[in-house]
Design a protein around this ligand. Structure first.
Ligand SMILES: [Zn+2]
Length: 51
């Protein structure tokens, strides 16, 4: 594996919440997004990779 990033910062495109995880942890828990109606999960996208 040539993956050398130690941290990946995810951000929800709806509410702007950020969560930093290690690559081995995978994506954050879907959770509940306060900006969406009902019990909708966050829309996580990778915001940036931290070395
Ligand atoms: Zn959200």
């Amino acid at each position: 594996m040539s993956l050398i990033f130690k941290r990946i910062e995810y951000m929800c495109t709806y509410c702007g919440k950020k969560e930093t995880r290690s690559p081995s942890m995978g994506r954050p828990q879907p959770g509940k997004c306060p900006r969406k109606n009902g019990d909708k999960p966050h829309s996580w996208v990778i915001n940036r990779r931290l070395g």
